[in-house]
Design a protein around this ligand. Sequence first.
Ligand code: AHR
Length: 511
Amino acid sequence: MLPVVVALTIFQWTAGAQPVSLMVNADQGEHTISRHIYGHFAEHLGRCIYGGFYVGEDNASIPNTNGVRNDVIKALKDLDIPNLRWPGGCFADTYHWKDGIGPKSERPTLVNRWWGGVLEDNSFGTHDFLNMCELLGTEPYMAANVGSGTVQELIDWVQYVSHPKDSPMAELRKQNGREEPWKVKFWGIGNEAWGCGGNMRPEYYADVYRKYATFTSDWSNSDGIFRIASGASDDDYHWTEVMMRDINRNLIEGIALHHYSVIDWSAKGPATGFSEEQYFTTMQRAWNMEELVTRHSTIMDRYDPQKRVALVVDEWGGWYNVEPGTNGAFLYQQNTMRDAMIAGITLNIFNNHCDRVRVANLAQTINVLQAVILTDEEKMLLTPTYHVMRMYKAHQDATLLPISLQSGEYQFGGKSLPAVHASASRDDEGTIHISLVNIDAEKENTVQVTLHGAGFEQISGEILTSAKITDHNTFDQPDKVQPTTFRRFTREGSTLNVTLPPFSVVMLTLK
Ligand code: AHR
């Protein structure tokens, strides 16, 4: 028998625990989990860019590289973020990129009409963003202005960032200090065209999209252009139907979908001191992603059975009331173990649908909505969501392993949800990664994990949980919630008994 390295614990069937079984078919992987599912989003909104990413080149008190915070660079490099969407969001359809190049002192200003009417000084522009992406080792995903821009602006922007030489925009780029083009593959053709992007009807937007996409050229310095149509909000299936019906396949590589886990747009509830009822409702919203992805994919399958067009969930996450005393338009919210649950479930859903979901972006990276990083002047903290993203990065570009999961129920107020959620993958080295989430606020769940078609000699685990579901990290206690080594499993042959505490995310590594 091969040597087995297992952290042995006594397996206990505790009162109230429910039997859960997970079968992992380790020999049947077919699809790759694109690393781009683990993308992020940086909008000119509140303190995401200014104060979050960018503090200015002349800032003497916060260590920075070309104005970008060094602590943020390190934290995001540790996450291996695959792509970063910019400059919005709603802001994108008000943004004129030529205002953000050239000497900073000469750049025109702009009123940020969607996000508090604050004055945008354009000091963080195209060069700042693309150079930052190079520092982070991430691919840029640029969102073009369709709502209030022109086709010519987009033509020029693509040429400016991607054309190698001997073109008017390449010359302008060189005058501004950048000789070589950057590599920009992902282009969003507008954002939320049904709303802040222009309040368009899908039939009208489909035609507008066709026109813009026609002129969004690949200047052959990237591995192909990837044009993303503004997509549906939540369950607007008609939108997806029209996009798939009316846009020629040779003009589109991705279609977006936005879904926020919000309790009620008129009563979002607090980010921290929430009730179990509010928690349960948030979990229902997070779980809803499964149905949304499935049903939008079903529509896409009818037009595109080869799955050439990706479903791009380029905005997802929890959305609550802003922190008391902060600007209501800046969307600054704390981040608790509830957010860790949203992240764990959502990323498992994306993994399990990786044949169609090939890009996604958590909203948003710093100080806005379900952020992975919060900053306060020179202080910075990593949120529970950050830790889930870090634990799950093992799935990036790994092969999805089909699973069969029988979950117990998380019951609250006469309603119920599956308590346990999972996904599994195998990386290039043959290591198997299994991510498990128990959303039950009260009860632990023991999962009987059976691995088919592969053996393993070693198993290790990491867990994110805390004493209370409302626990979060603060600038005074930045490490209150952080991952620790997980040991609550036993092994019997190819079967593992894994005990998940209430509201926990666990990543198992089998070698
Ligand atoms: O992420 C915040 C906003 O939510 C985005 O700007 C917009 O696209 C969405 O409505």
